[in-house]
Ligand binder design. Structure first.
Ligand code: SAM
Ligand code: DTB
Ligand code: SF4
Length: 335
């Protein structure tokens, strides 16, 4: 890897001198940012990125689906829902040993964080205990831990915190107004309740959404305004480009103009300058040049390794080659 500069990241709870974090972003303000002339938008995003982070550094997380398919929820984008036509075969929760073995491989490949995903509406108590053992084992390898298990109540969030969990991923996915077009089995408020249980338990929040589900520009603005108006910004903000999976209701969703996707990344960076903004799902179908623009717009995290949960992600060698071409480094730990 090329050598980066020695600028270091501020922790997301800090503010940079003269640049306080705002928590009162309106949808209108966000929409105005989304429509800035592209050079102006990128200049603003880069200026803030450099105040809070080393722009040559990328944090890398590796995903593992620890419980695949058979999910009772009806999220229109998701191949793991049991309500769609061509659904993925439902599997049981993985055994702890198998998960630790995968985490070791991810660490050897250079990941800083290991994210475990389960296709549940919410975890059952005995399954949560197994996940806690996984968290303890993965942490013992020196990796940061993240899990995404669906809705959590307050007690479950505290149990995960006691097991040492670093991050919980739970996405708002889209704007409050468009949400009902995508999911009917749980509400936007359910999602916010889980997020506040996670936050109150003292776990770092990973929360973002998806672009490309047929939403309008005002929904993209509404999604970012919701994230950026949280009392504390999520420490990680994954911005996913919809992976159109055959058999899901969104398989024929309209393509997103890559420049518009970059705009969403830039506005996430501007409104949540101390957060890690992750260029999440969808990289497999993106050109190196589009990904590069995302990094220039302030994305400073990726999922790394050849699979997301059930769909392909670029091979690690392709990512290393791209980061090398750009003279960029990977951060060992985002904390
Ligand atoms: N069941 C849990 C939940 O929904 O919170 C955890 C797993 S779920 C797969 C995690 C997130 O992955 C979703 O909230 C969504 O944002 C993202 N996701 C799922 N399918 C996707 C797809 N086809 N394209 C892009 N992002 C997707
Ligand atoms: C997130 O925002 N994206 C990841 C992670 N959080 C769990 C999941 C992407 C899933 C893409 C579809 C799949 O591979 O099944
Ligand atoms: Fe289930 Fe999560 Fe997929 Fe929704 S996104 S169907 S909750 S696995």
């Amino acid at each position: 890897m090329a050598d980066g500069s020695s600028l270091s990241a501020l922790s997301p709870s800090q503010t940079h001198a003269g640049t306080p974090l705002r928590h009162d972003w309106t949808r209108q303000e966000v929409e105005t940012l989304l429509n800035l002339p592209f050079p102006e938008l990128l200049y603003r995003a880069q200026t803030l990125h450099r105040q809070f982070f080393d722009p040559t550094e990328i944090q890398i997380s590796t995903l593992l689906s620890i419980k695949t398919g058979g999910c009772p929820e009806d999220c229109a984008y998701c191949p793991q829902s049991s309500r769609h036509e061509e659904r993925i075969k439902a599997e049981k929760l993985m055994a702890v040993d198998g998960v630790i073995a995968e985490a070791k491989r991810a660490k050897e490949a250079g990941a800083a964080r290991f994210c475990m995903g389960a296709a549940w509406r919410s975890p059952k108590d005995h399954d949560l205990e197994t996940v806690c053992s996984m968290i303890e084992g993965v942490k013992a390898l020196g990796l940061e831990t993240c899990v995404t298990l669906g809705m959590l109540d307050d007690r479950q969030a505290h149990r995960l915190k006691d097991a040492g969990l670093d991050y919980y991923n739970h996405n708002i996915d889209t704007s409050p107004e468009f949400y009902g077009e995508i999911i009917s089995t749980r509400t936007y408020q359910d999602r916010l309740d889980t997020l506040s249980n996670v936050r109150d338990a003292g776990i770092n929040v990973c929360c973002g959404g998806i672009v490309g589900m047929g939403e309008g520009e005002s929904d993209r603005a509404g999604m970012i305004a919701s994230l950026a108006s949280m009392p504390k910004h999520p420490e990680s903000v994954p911005i996913n480009l919809l992976v159109k999976v055959a058999g899901t209701p969104l398989q024929t969703a309209e393509e997103v103009d890559p420049i518009d996707f970059v705009r969403v990344i830039a506005v996430a960076r501007i409104t949540m300058p101390a957060s890690h903004v992750r260029l999440a799902a969808g990289r497999e179908n993106m050109t190196d040049e589009a990904q590069t623009l995302c990094f220039l717009a302030g994305a400073n995290s990726i999922f790394y390794g050849e699979r997301l949960l059930t769909t392909p992600n670029p091979a690690a060698t392709r990512d290393r080659q791209l980061l090398d071409r750009l003279g960029m480094n990977t951060t060992v730990s985002a904390k």
